[in-house]
Design a protein around this ligand. Structure first.
Ligand code: IMP
Length: 181
């Protein structure tokens, strides 16, 4: 089945995404003006969002990446979280903004935040594209949220299902969550 045929609902289209990302970018600019900002984009899911967001924040900043694997091929969070790529820049004394695709249980984000705090940043905040408050299990310093969603499985704009759909320009739900061959 092609991508379009398997789309159930469009949750956020390109215009809504662009508008909201610009708005959150302006808030971040206002909050971090004059600060030594390091943006840490979490791979893979946040790469599209982060690429748009950093261009909406008109401030000097460093940008780095961390990769964390938490989901298998399904839609439920596994308890096991593995850091597969660490941040390379020195975050000591700096203001770190973690850019996440989605905070679901919060386990992945909390793991990265704890990992970063060991390196003595001035503060760590989180900016999430999507937030599922009903599913949250652990506290995370969530300062910016683009959209709150219910208990749906969303794909597109960087978010995947079984490694696919990241390149959809909109955020959608799928009709079928079966593995497609
Ligand atoms: P958490 O640890 O439960 O907060 O979620 C960790 C990761 O699960 C996120 O960073 C996503 O990569 C993935 N995830 C959770 N919910 C969704 C979803 O609705 N669509 C796609 N990926 C999701």
């Amino acid at each position: 089945m092609d991508y379009k045929g398997n789309v159930d609902r469009v949750l956020y289209d390109r215009d809504i995404l662009a508008e909201r990302v610009a708005e959150v970018g302006r808030q971040i600019k206002a909050d971090f003006a004059g600060k030594d900002l390091v943006v840490v984009a979490v791979l893979k899911g946040a790469f599209v969002f982060a690429a748009d967001l950093i261009r909406a924040v008109d401030l000097p900043m460093a940008v780095d990446f961390a990769e964390i694997i938490s989901y298998g091929e399904g839609t439920e969070t596994t308890e096991e979280v593995v850091l597969t790529k660490d941040v390379g820049v020195n975050v000591k004394g700096r203001d770190v903004l973690v850019v996440e695709d989605i905070v679901d249980t919060g386990l992945t984000t909390a793991f990265l935040v704890d990992h970063l705090r060991i390196r003595d940043p001035r503060r760590v905040d989180v900016c999430a594209l999507l937030y599922k408050p009903a599913k949250q299990r652990v506290e995370v310093p969530l300062r910016y949220v683009c959209f709150e969603v219910g208990d749906v499985f969303a794909v597109g704009y960087g978010l995947d299902y079984a490694g696919r759909y990241r390149n959809l320009p909109e955020i959608v739900t799928l009709k079928e969550l079966e593995r497609e061959e």
